[in-house]
Ligand binder design. Sequence first.
Ligand SMILES: [Zn+2]
Ligand SMILES: [Zn+2]
Length: 333
Amino acid sequence: MYCSRTVFRCFKTLERCADAVTGAAGPVFVTLAVVLISIGILCFFEVILPMLAFSLITIPTCTLIAFNLMMHYYYVCTVSPGFNDQPSPVAGTSFMWAKLKRQHEGNTSPQDVVMITPAEMAQCRKCVQMRPERSHHCRICKRCILKFDHHCPVRINQCVGIHNERHFVLFMAYLVLSTFCFTILGFSKAKDAMGFTWPMVWLYRMPATLFVMIYILCVVLCFAVGVMLTFHLWGVAKGETSVEGQDHEHYSKVAKSRGETFVNCYDMGKRKNLELFFNIGPSGGYSITTLFFPFRIMPYTDGRAWARKGGLERHDGVRRGEELTDEEDEGFA
Ligand SMILES: [Zn+2]
Ligand SMILES: [Zn+2]
């Protein structure tokens, strides 16, 4: 676990260096990402897809994966992360919004009932506004974000918060899935494009050099985003955001030094934490199909109330006044 933490910290440090260098160039990177994703999809559909067997299955499946990839990227860049100084949005009525499950659909057993209690309010030291717990002030957006995860200037050019965190995770998941398919299924075509087969025959409109570049990019992204996705999902399963993950490591040490154990009050157990994050499952508002089609859904809370572990109103093992401030959180960076 120490080794994987070190790898994660290296990735985090690399990401933050990239954030610092490219902060102002956010829109350029988003445009570049859109261009690269589009070329990748064109490469796959022109070169790889026609050689696959069972076209009745593979064509709709690959089209759905590509559609999910593009739509979740669009949503994560355009859906507001949830600003503390704005009223809570309401669910839309267009066809892109999933329908809420009917009440009492399925059998909700007592252990599936989740108690959601209002968040504690505190004043932000930077914008001086009252904000609910789990909010953090983003120094780039200069506002408080509800359930702040991190600010991402390179890939999405905005914060990840309560309203776009699900799209962020699903975008990473579909990126890993599509780059994995490209890497495995496109291997023989990449060998052709690199000239390993003789005589070299390349009868596609897509230039062979561009195909090779996209192939190499897919291999790198599959590994790098795969590592990030794994750690992000691990955090979700533990009921914590990226910034809370760092805080909780610190709180655990403080509690341990007193002979106590730190308990995260938002940790409802791995399965329930994942269900709450995606708002599915027996107590969730939506069907599991919302993971496979690029629907928009509302989170289980508006960021001003939280589901808590039975009997806990706040974290165990950390006392009032010991919680880290926004400035101290930035000190981890
Ligand atoms: Zn603030
Ligand atoms: Zn931000």
